[in-house]
Design a protein around this ligand. Structure first.
Ligand SMILES: Cc1ncc(COP(=O)(O)O)c(C=O)c1O
Length: 408
């Protein structure tokens, strides 16, 4: 006869004796939620090192769910260690905070993601870390701006909004010859367009760190914010984990689940949005209102040859994200450009990219750069992110809005 459980029902429900059978197998990995993690005994509690992935310590230091996504992202980008952050911008911040200290200097491309520049001008400056912007299209300019206290060079390929593709290989070689660490914002490449930890395919050239806004292609839904920082260097990985731990940065399991669910289709989604963006970019080439198409895979676009060398070196069509900009004729008025954006119906006005719905944003380049870049025509820039709508429907939407608003 089994002994009667005399404890209170609350206690019985909390300390219930049932454990489900182990080894549950299904297409998606299980989702584990925890702040508290149990230890079998005090000795195990004292011995556990939260920095390695052999066991669990506390929710902020990882769960089977977060470890699983980190490992899959390492496979995607070719890194060895990965940490997850609550947004792409936090990934950029964690990478900088992990490496830099008072008195250090960093270099950022003038065409980098705006909030990374704002972070440098804000927190980094107030912590006594100085910064300089360099021309991403000129490795000599980068070389000339490296100082004895330069610790980190940020890289981005292509540049945000104006989409010019730098000589990434040349820029990294400059940094390595000066023994300066490199961190690449790899959101556009997403681990698909090129391999940041093996740029030449022979193991001879790598960035030190990547930061990735998982918000874009790994999510693909326009509904999750997350980032990752990755490295192959064990020492840098420890620095990243220490910074994450000291700041208490971590990501919730439900958001991780969304990324784990989307990740298997990333290369299919990336290819579909790439194809669509190239069709739209080609269409713009024939439009009188457009003075320049800014898409790294389109011939004549600034840095196209560097994109080709890195992302299509085998002579194939190569890979590019579903993102491009056009420079509209300077004789158009700003109100016409705004009216054009407003009159689109399939393209929605909104920031970000990689989601299912096509997006459009007008930008004022003069307010984003220290100088008007010589490779950019004068005019009004409009950026498009292609979703999963049929490209012909998107072209029809554009044609209607051009006809209505951009006639001159
Ligand atoms: C190139 C790039 N890096 C980083 C980010 C930041 O990502 P998040 O929006 O997740 O903070 C963005 C967002 O637009 C981006 O375009």
């Amino acid at each position: 006869m089994t002994e009667k459980n005399t404890s209170h029902i609350s206690t019985q429900l909390i300390h219930h004796g049932y454990t489900p059978p182990p080894d549950f197998q299904a297409p998606q990995p299980g989702i584990f939620k925890a702040s508290t993690v149990f230890f079998p005994n005090v000795a195990a509690m004292r011995q556990r090192d939260w920095k390695d992935k052999s066991a669990y310590t506390y929710g902020t230091h990882g769960t089977p769910t977060s470890f699983t996504l980190e490992e899959r992202l390492c496979a995607l980008e070719g890194g060895k260690h990965c940490v997850l952050t609550p947004s792409g911008l936090t990934a950029l911040a964690v990478a900088s905070f992990a490496i830099l200290k008072t008195g250090d200097h960093i270099l950022l491309p003038d065409n980098s993601y705006g909030p990374n520049k704002v972070l440098a001008a804000g927190e980094l400056t107030s912590f006594g870390i100085s910064h300089t912007f360099y021309n991403a299209m000129d490795p000599q300019d980068l070389a000339s701006k490296i100082k004895p206290n330069t610790q980190l060079v940020w890289l981005e390929a292509p540049g945000s909004i104006s989409m010019e593709f730098p000589d990434l290989i040349g820029l990294i070689k400059v940094c390595q010859s000066h023994r300066v660490l490199t961190a690449l914002d790899n959101t556009w490449g997403a681990g698909i367009a090129f391999k940041p930890f093996d740029l030449l395919g022979d193991g001879s050239l790598s960035v030190d760190l990547t930061a990735h806004a998982l918000t874009k292609y790994p999510s693909g839904g326009g509904d999750v914010l997350m980032g990752s920082v990755m490295t192959c260097n064990d020492g840098l990985a420890t620095k990243l984990k220490m910074t994450m731990s000291r700041l208490g940065i971590c990501v919730g399991p439900n958001d991780i689940e969304s990324i784990l669910r989307s990740l298997p289709t990333i290369s299919l989604r990336y290819a579909a949005q790439d194809l669509s963006a190239r069709q739209l970019a080609q269409w713009w080439k024939g439009q009188k209102a457009c003075v320049q198409v800014l898409h790294p895979a389109v011939e004549g676009s600034p840095g196209h040859e560097h994109w080709q060398a890195l992302c299509a070196s085998d002579g194939s069509a190569g890979h590019a994200a579903g993102l491009f900009s056009v420079m509209l004729h300077p004789s158009l008025a700003q109100v016409q450009v705004d009216a054009f954006c407003d009159s689109l119906s399939l393209f929605r006005l909104g920031y970000s990219w990689g989601g299912p719905i096509s997006l459009v944003v007008p930008y004022n380049i003069a307010s984003l750069r220290s100088n008007w870049p010589s490779h950019l025509q004068q005019g009004y820039l409009v950026r498009f992110s292609t979703g999963f709508e049929d490209p012909q429907d998107l072209i029809h939407d554009l044609a209607k809005a051009v006809e209505q608003c951009l006639n001159f």
